[in-house]
Design a protein around this ligand. Structure first.
Ligand code: ACO
Length: 456
């Protein structure tokens, strides 16, 4: 199949949020810590009416309806999540409810879990399926969804919640670059969820940042090597750098780390370019020449120099990927794909045509990959690229239509979720009126832990 990639993309986030500057005051931290220090504006959160099943039901049905896809035309459906409410039964099997009326039960794929990386693994599996002998010509759907919540303390403000669903197939307007995947995996305890009775992770914040930046270096180096081999083949020169892609999107635990990540790629570019000294784009970095990447994760001087040098590239290539992350928070598995939605929601299709997006996916523990896609050249009226862009042009409007909740209510809701997590039987008490129309919500958990849902 030709041009394998994304035909349509749908995003769902909860209809309520807490303002980060109000949360600063509520938490008693210094003003600016969450908003300037971490770069976050708002954080979406769910009541006890929503769980991972309902988030994924909502986003998949929205994808199907808004793109008028027939349930019979789907041959693979796969979910990436780290929000586990059942150790055996996958979210995918719950989603099969949506396919019941169509009679289509012939759908491959189950769930994939490793922190924020599950969605990417599900995506790779589905792309591989389409490129394999097992493919029967039908669509694949990849869903990434999570409810990201932390115990009270310094990590709580980096939560979020949401889901992204992607329709994959051939002749797509967002085409994945073949042969351009790099991966770094490693055993480390930076963030993990050993307590089966709690929604909260055990997290070593500083170690997780170091692991993230280290994984980014490793993936970028291999990605550059592979990209350069391709460029040579196509006689396009032989050097890959930040200039070679229009956008760089990253898994986004919080937005400041992403700005540091783009800066980090510039540091990589500078260190691997023998002619860097003569190049004005690296001015200000002379003192950094010769540093070892692994010595610089928390080096303030190096960080400051590359943050300044990469400022304008950040504004051009990465800031446009952050509108969802800034306003919803870290959604875990969908975070990176929220970056893609942000791009599609911010530009017209003619501005995007032919451009490339390089993506970095990171899941603690750890699993990480860098890969890329490009938009089709055809942005004419009625083109597939136009359809994808139009489907996301109301993204900011949807974000703005959410309801702001006081931090005290957010705190109460977190306590309620804590107390009732895994309780059976249980009847949720959260306000159904507060949900967006079309949202699936939990109506009951019976004494055997079986969950029932309805759609608003
Ligand atoms: N005004 C402006 N900036 C401020 C202020 C202020 N009043 N106060 C603090 N800051 C800055 C700090 O200088 C720091 O920025 P810098 O690192 O660029 O210097 C930033 O705000 C954060 O402050 P810290 O004191 O470092 O924050 P803390 O240690 O309390 O927690 C952390 C931050 C580690 C990110 C925590 O929220 C956390 O553990 N989050 C979850 C883990 C995470 O997201 N890891 C990332 C990758 S793994 C993943 O995706 C889950």
């Amino acid at each position: 199949p030709q041009d394998v990639g994304i035909l349509a993309l749908e995003i769902y986030f909860p209809a309520q949020y807490v303002e980060q500057n109000e949360l600063e005051e509520f938490d008693g931290v210094s003003q600016g810590k969450y908003t300037i220090g971490l770069g976050q504006q708002k954080m979406g959160f769910c009541s006890d009416r929503e769980d991972i099943n309902s988030l994924c039901l909502t986003v998949v049905q929205r994808l199907m309806e808004r793109n008028q896809v027939s349930y019979q035309d789907v041959g693979r459906l796969e979910v990436g999540t780290e929000t586990v409410i059942d150790k055996s039964k996958s979210v995918k099997t719950v989603l099969m409810q949506l396919f019941e009326d169509s009679g289509n039960t012939s759908i491959e794929g189950v769930d994939t879990t490793n922190a924020c990386y599950g969605g990417t693994s599900a995506l790779f599996n589905s792309l591989n399926w389409i490129e394999s002998s097992a493919w029967d010509g039908r669509y694949a759907i990849v869903v990434a969804g999570d409810i990201a919540v932390y115990a009270t303390g310094n990590a709580r403000c980096t939560g979020g919640a949401g889901a992204v669903a992607m329709l994959l197939g051939s002749h797509a307007p967002l085409v994945f670059d073949r042969g351009l995947r790099s991966t770094h995996m490693q055993h480390v305890y930076d963030f993990y969820k050993p307590d089966m009775s709690s929604e909260y992770p055990v997290v070593d914040g500083k170690l997780s940042i170091q692991c993230y930046l280290g994984a980014l270096d490793r993936c970028y180096q291999t990605y550059c090597q592979k990209a350069e081999a391709c460029l040579k083949q196509e006689n396009l020169g032989s050097h890959f750098s930040l200039d070679s892609s229009a956008f760089f999107a990253f898994h986004t635990p919080y937005c400041k780390l992403v700005q540091k990540s783009l800066a980090r790629l510039m540091l990589n570019d500078f260190l691997r370019d023998p002619d860097a000294g003569a190049n004005p784009k690296y001015s200000g970095l002379e003192a950094v020449r010769g540093v070892k990447l692994e010595d610089t994760y928390f080096d303030r001087d190096v960080e400051k120099a590359v943050m300044v040098a990469s400022q304008s590239l950040y504004k051009e290539k990465t800031e446009p990927t952050l509108s969802v992350a800034k306003q919803v928070g870290n959604m875990y598995t969908p975070s990176l794909y929220g970056g893609l939605a942000s791009i599609l929601g911010s530009y017209s299709c003619s501005e995007l045509a032919g451009k490339r997006v390089t993506l970095f996916s990171y899941g603690s523990g750890l699993a990480s990959s860098m890969f890329s896609l490009h938009f089709s050249e055809d942005a004419s009226p009625g083109s597939q690229l136009e359809r994808v862009c139009l489907s996301l042009c109301d993204l900011q409007e949807r974000l703005d239509s959410r309801k702001k909740m006081p931090p005290a209510d957010f705190d109460k809701m977190m306590k309620l979720r804590e107390e009732t997590h895994h309780k059976a039987p249980y009847t949720p008490v959260g306000d159904v009126e507060a949900l967006f129309p079309g949202t699936w919500y939990l109506t009951e958990v019976d004494s055997k832990h079986r969950r029932k849902y309805e759609r608003k």
